[in-house]
Design a binder for this molecule. Structure first.
Ligand code: SF4
Ligand code: SF4
Length: 223
């Protein structure tokens, strides 16, 4: 199957894969079950103390403003408390990736197909990308190898690859395919915006974050 397969519908969450595919959470569907975390670890043999995807839960145990439980994005738009909200956080392969801009060794690369790749052999473990990423995606496993060893920082950067190898053979990212509630969406920017709209859901992030992830033009599709 071609990687440039932007029209094939695979399921409710995974709408298309390959070039121009994006990954984005529907926070109103996430139930904090951790299935995505396990699927990612199992698929990529991620070490015990590292997570390429994590669930960030805000306002734990709190109810939303009246009538807005399970409508977090709507609550935020109305300036109300969204109550407990869980956000699957991973590398969103940002259009305007701050990690790429700050990396002093060009080990981070925004590729033509849209994926942000880290080239281990160039990484010196300076952790600038960790400071620049608004989503906490970069990880630094305790490995004392490669260029990082020379600088004494302990590990080179590791993060979600968006399961590019799986996408190359027409599969969706493991996290998205495992998710029982289709809370992790994969598709073009337009498909993701349309799916959120169809579900009566919305993006949870503010405008600035949306422009980092989707670019100025892409972010407008969510308005
Ligand atoms: S800024 Fe963070 S989320 Fe965006 S591409 Fe870089 S590591 Fe991924
Ligand atoms: S830790 Fe590695 S990938 Fe991150 S900014 Fe430094 S050199 Fe680049």
């Amino acid at each position: 199957m071609s990687t440039n397969n932007s029209n094939q519908v695979m399921g409710q969450g995974v709408m298309s894969v390959g070039e121009d595919a994006r990954i984005f959470p529907d926070v109103e569907a996430c139930i904090d079950c951790g299935g995505c975390v396990v699927a990612c670890k199992r698929t990529w043999d991620v070490p015990r103390d590292e997570q390429r995807i994590s669930i960030s839960t805000m306002l734990e145990g709190q109810e939303a403003a009246a009538g807005l439980n399970a409508n977090s994005a709507q609550a935020l738009r109305q300036g109300q408390s969204p109550g407990e909200t869980s956000v699957p956080m991973q590398c969103y392969h940002c259009e305007n990736a701050p990690c790429v801009s700050v990396c002093p060794t060009d080990s981070l690369l925004k590729k033509d197909n849209g994926f942000v790749e880290v080239r281990d052999d160039l990484c010196v473990g300076c952790q600038y990308c960790l400071s620049a990423c608004p989503f906490g995606a970069p990880q630094f496993p305790e490995a004392d190898e490669g260029a990082a060893k020379l600088f004494g920082t302990g590990g080179t950067m590791d993060k979600c690859t968006m399961c590019e190898e799986r996408q190359d053979v027409g599969k969706g990212p493991a996290c998205a395919e495992e998710c029982a509630t289709d809370a992790i969406l994969v598709g073009t920017t337009g498909q993701i915006a349309e799916e959120l709209d169809k579900r009566g859901s919305a993006s949870f992030f503010n405008q600035e974050a949306m422009e980092i992830i989707f670019g100025e033009e892409g972010a407008r599709e969510f308005q």
